[in-house]
Design a protein around this ligand. Structure first.
Ligand SMILES: NC(=O)C1=CN([C@@H]2O[C@H](COP(=O)(O)OP(=O)(O)OC[C@H]3O[C@@H](n4cnc5c(N)ncnc54)[C@H](O)[C@@H]3O)[C@@H](O)[C@H]2O)C=CC1
Ligand SMILES: CC(C)CC(=O)C(=O)O
Ligand SMILES: [Mg+2]
Length: 368
């Protein structure tokens, strides 16, 4: 199969983890006789430095033509003092909006080998396997007006949703639940926010189209607590953009590190942008310490969702599992024992596994 992939490395550790993603894609192509071609473009701070805008037109044009997109991360202290519309993060929000990537799927499941790496009790972590379905192109991160008024003494952000925007993400959540354990928890703040009350109405209406799925509502503060006390309670969580952003970093604690959590952002045509959940980690950038596994597991999601390559995706996940089984991990994983290696070394070991392993062990991790 021939596929064209646009790489958007971005800033900080973004280029390091993007290199890992590209290398595993190439290894998969070699092993399965596919032809993957790559094209890199600037986004975020790198784009500000080179093109004076966080989202150059060329980047959007290339992304629109790609079979799939991989994004590293954007942002960093160098650009923190720029006005909102010129910040690196605006590039990320912009590409999500321009490609209509409304559905952000963030699966959370710990590898057996990393159960001890979480500060939570091992038995709490072991039983958890959940999917956060985060609305990605509306809500608080996009609402207008957003401005300072009254000589800077008053500030306004806006949480706005069209009913249709809520409907499509709720549909996505129900459909994801249908191929998982058939339970949806819709997370909101309906005791305070009008937007959450419309969200609840939509979920109540939509549930009749999915009689095989059970659904409940949960307030976001209680959901944050339950995520770390009883994560096994959840199957699919569907929620507003900012709630999903915050809850997913919290949920990453189950996996042992934010550096383990992959994501897929999909539009109505099924076009996907794949990115680790973490940011540009300026504190470790340039030191070859970044855990590449969130990015490598995002590639597995790309293979599955954008290319329909189930076997290849499983092979990739099996390679990650094998490398962890051998005890290798990066420094962000807090484990007694095992061997701490650099990010590039860990990625190289995954590539070697893909190239040499003759196992096609089926380890379906329910990344749906
Ligand atoms: N998708 C994106 O591009 C995102 C960008 N950001 C941006 O990233 C910058 C830094 O934000 P932070 O709040 O520090 O969040 P962050 O996610 O970059 O880092 C939080 C902590 O997790 C660690 N970490 C993150 N990814 C890691 C990895 N792969 N391996 C090992 N350790 C890892 C970092 O070292 C840091 O201690 C900001 O400019 C922010 O706006 C933040 C989140 C997402
Ligand atoms: C620019 C931010 C909205 C990125 C982020 O934190 C995320 O998407 O998880
Ligand atoms: Mg985030």
């Amino acid at each position: 199969m021939e596929k064209h992939i646009v790489l958007l490395p971005g800033d900080g550790i973004g280029p390091e983890v993007t290199k890992a993603a590209k290398n595993v894609l190439q290894a998969i192509a070699d092993r399965y006789h596919h032809s993957f071609t790559f094209e890199s473009h600037d986004i975020g701070g790198a784009a500000i430095d080179h093109h004076e805008t966080p989202l150059p037109e060329d980047t959007v044009k290339a992304a629109k033509k790609a079979d799939a997109i991989f994004l590293g991360a954007v942002g960093g202290p160098k650009w923190d003092q720029l006005p909102g519309h010129m910040r690196p993060e605006k590039g990320l929000l912009g590409i999500r909006k321009q490609l209509g990537l409304f559905a952000n799927l963030r699966p959370v499941k710990a590898f057996q080998q990393l159960l001890h790496a979480s500060p939570l009790k091992q038995e709490v972590v072991a039983a958890s396997d959940l999917l956060i379905v985060r609305e990605l192109t509306g809500g608080l991160y996009f609402g207008e007006p957003r401005e300072r008024r009254n000589n800077g003494k008053t500030v306004v952000d806006t949480l706005a949703y069209e009913r249709s925007e809520i409907e499509r993400i709720v549909d996505q959540a129900f459909q994801s639940a249908q191929v998982r354990r058939k339970h949806v928890t819709s997370v909101d703040k309906a005791n305070v926010l009008e937007s959450s009350r419309l969200w609840r109405e939509v979920v109540e209406e939509k549930k009749h189209q999915y009689p095989d799925v059970t659904v409940e509502h949960m307030l976001v503060d209680a959901a944050a607590m339950k995520l770390v006390t009883n994560p096994a309670y959840f199957d699919v969580i569907v929620t507003e953009n900012m709630f999903g952003d915050i809850l997913s970093d919290e949920a990453s604690v189950l996996t042992g590190s934010l550096g383990m959590l992959p994501s897929a952002s999909l539009n109505e045509r099924g076009v996907g942008l794949y990115e680790p959940v973490h940011g540009s980690a300026p504190d470790i950038a340039g030191q070859d310490k970044a855990n590449p596994l969130a990015s490598i597991l995002s590639v597995a999601m790309m293979l599955k969702h954008s290319f329909g390559m189930e076997e290849e995706a499983e092979q990739l996940e099996a390679a990650v599992q094998e490398v962890l089984d051998e005890g290798y991990h990066t420094a962000d994983i807090d484990l007694v024992g095992g061997t701490v290696v650099s990010g590039s070394e860990l990625a190289r070991r995954v590539v070697d596994q893909i190239s040499t392993s003759d196992t096609t062990e089926n380890i379906m991790r329910c990344y749906v």
